[in-house]
Design a protein around this ligand. Sequence first.
Ligand code: URA
Length: 238
Amino acid sequence: MATKPLIKALTEAGIGSRRRMTDAIKQGKVKVNGAAAESFNHLVDLAKDHIQLNGQDVSLQPDTVICLLLNKPVGVVSTTSDEKGRGTVLSILPDNYRRHRLYPVGRLDIDTTGLLLLTNDGALTYRLTHPKFEYEKEYLVAIKSKMTIQEIQQLQRGVPLEDGMSYPAKIREISQPPFNYSVIIHEGKKRQVRRMFEYLRYHVTALKRIRLGNLTLGNLKEGEVRRLTTKEISALLR
Ligand code: URA
């Protein structure tokens, strides 16, 4: 028997924020098996109890696990909401994904483009973001000039950042305008790639993530999204 407190079950059902659900319970708008719910912590059985909000049935079955691969465009923030009113990665998703409580796995800066995963699954997020699992992340970097061999080697060995040394990275010169370097790291410090280059006084003019582990952007255009298959998710977790 899968039971959980009413407020938790309602919030996880993805029909509204915790605040909204709390208000609905207080206002007697939530019914459990026909009677107005009196307690937020009333334990409900996900399989058996009949819950209604404003007279409408609420399905308490856990959300299907969804993992989306987005090619993030410039100008949207990698958060679920933004106090400055900027567009978020959620606001650019097609309507059919809106009802799932998705959130980004890690972050890309507002000016960074490329591969960003969004999911509703906490275990998947933990696995993909915990440093001990060491997922490689590959970025294409554009800077205005060419680095010397010594500078490349410095970045490869690791450079001091205000929150500690960067771990060894793989750096390769490429020619994919506007990008001129490929950088592979497996850390996710805030603005890490930009700060690594800033340490050597290079300003990154464009940054794009093209790979996470074995997942690549493929032909996905900026702003486009696709759902990962179960097979792709399993391969990612292997
Ligand atoms: N490193 C950065 O500097 N920015 C990103 O968005 C991702 C990695």
